[in-house]
Design a protein around this ligand. Structure first.
Ligand SMILES: Nc1ncnc2c1ncn2[C@@H]1O[C@H](COP(=O)(O)OP(=O)(O)OP(=O)(O)O)[C@@H](O)[C@H]1O
Ligand SMILES: [Mg+2]
Length: 292
């Protein structure tokens, strides 16, 4: 179980201040970022090198990751698929810096990841909003924790605009739908201008229509902000719709069983026959009958 405190640490809401300098494009705003290719450099490079991980010891020792080797290029969107309990969330926790791998190395832009950092933001399935804080104040948490909210208030407004919730800035979490609450969680992540967005089944609890809409929103946010993204999902179509590369893990201990490159432009069309072919491949690697 991940505690709320850990989640907030990982989501950059705790006061761990190390602020990357803003690019000029970001200072000018989101639209400028879309046309200025200097922002292509703002995504982090992640290197996961021969990472194995165990929980417990002696007879209770449980190996969860087995020699995982994976690199995420700056600005790349990578999705992870794999059987339940194989070790996907564990890998994300290691990348977030919440735990250290038992063996192997994880690097961000060449430097070892040793602890959570606001440049890497995690969004979980559960939005974990503070119920007593209004939407705006929930989104402002990260900047407040860094002591820069007073002069950066526009970033909160901008993040809310990016997820289409500017008119709900003064609402409380209980006044939101599940999809809206998850958008607030995304805005709370985006306000930190992450260089890596770590997404652990962020749309898992949404109804299917909201989920489809938010998949498109995620693509748009990623294209505009150019962060690197590492997404865990159980939904093969979602992985293929969003990611440039899909990694399929084996049963626990998770090993990389397959890697599928999704070489299709965005926005993608869900009925694209190339996606159907890739879906069959992914299902086969997951050990499922791919005839349907
Ligand atoms: N802190 C922990 N202590 C001991 N065992 C753990 C701990 N965290 C996870 N595990 C075990 O590690 C294994 C992998 O868990 P993990 O949460 O990474 O799986 P997952 O691939 O994310 O599964 P799911 O798809 O169901 O979310 C499971 O067997 C789980 O019981
Ligand atoms: Mg998980």
């Amino acid at each position: 179980m991940v505690s709320v405190v850990e989640r907030l640490k990982a989501s950059g809401s705790f006061p761990r201040v190390k602020k990357a300098p803003l690019s000029r494009a970001r200072e000018r705003g989101v639209n400028a970022a879309a046309v200025d290719d200097s922002t292509a450099r703002t995504g982090a490079r992640i290197d996961i090198r021969q990472v194995s991980h165990w929980f417990g010891s002696g007879a209770d020792r449980l190996q969860v990751l087995d020699n995982v080797d994976l690199a995420v290029a700056p600005g790349e969107f990578v999705a992870l698929l794999g059987p339940s309990g194989c070790g996907k969330s564990t890998l994300l926790r290691l990348v977030a810096g919440l735990e250290q791998p038992s063996s192997g190395d994880i690097l961000q832009d060449g430097a070892p990841i040793t602890e959570p950092d606001p440049s890497r933001i995690v969004v979980f399935q559960d939005p974990t909003l503070y119920p007593w804080r209004r939407v705006w104040d929930n989104v402002a948490l990260g900047l407040q924790a860094q002591g820069i909210l007073a002069r950066q208030r526009h970033r909160v407004d901008d993040a809310l605009r990016r997820v289409g919730l500017e008119s709900f800035a003064r609402a409380f979490p209980h006044q939101l739908s599940g999809g809206m609450a998850q958008r607030v969680a995304l805005a709370r992540a985006l306000v930190n201008e992450p260089r890596l967005l770590v997404l652990d089944e962020p749309l898992g609890k949404l109804d299917s229509l909201t989920r489809l809409a938010m998949q498109s929103d995620l693509v748009e946010l990623w294209q505009r902000s150019r962060f690197s993204a590492l997404l865990v999902t159980h939904d093969v179509e979602e992985a293929l719709f969003l990611a440039q590369r899909v990694i399929v893990f084996s049963q626990r201990p998770a090993r990389i069983a397959a890697e599928l490159r999704v070489d299709l432009p965005y926005p993608r069309h869900r009925g694209d026959p190339r996606l159907t072919a890739l879906r069959h491949q992914a299902l086969r690697h997951l050990g499922l009958d791919a005839s349907w």
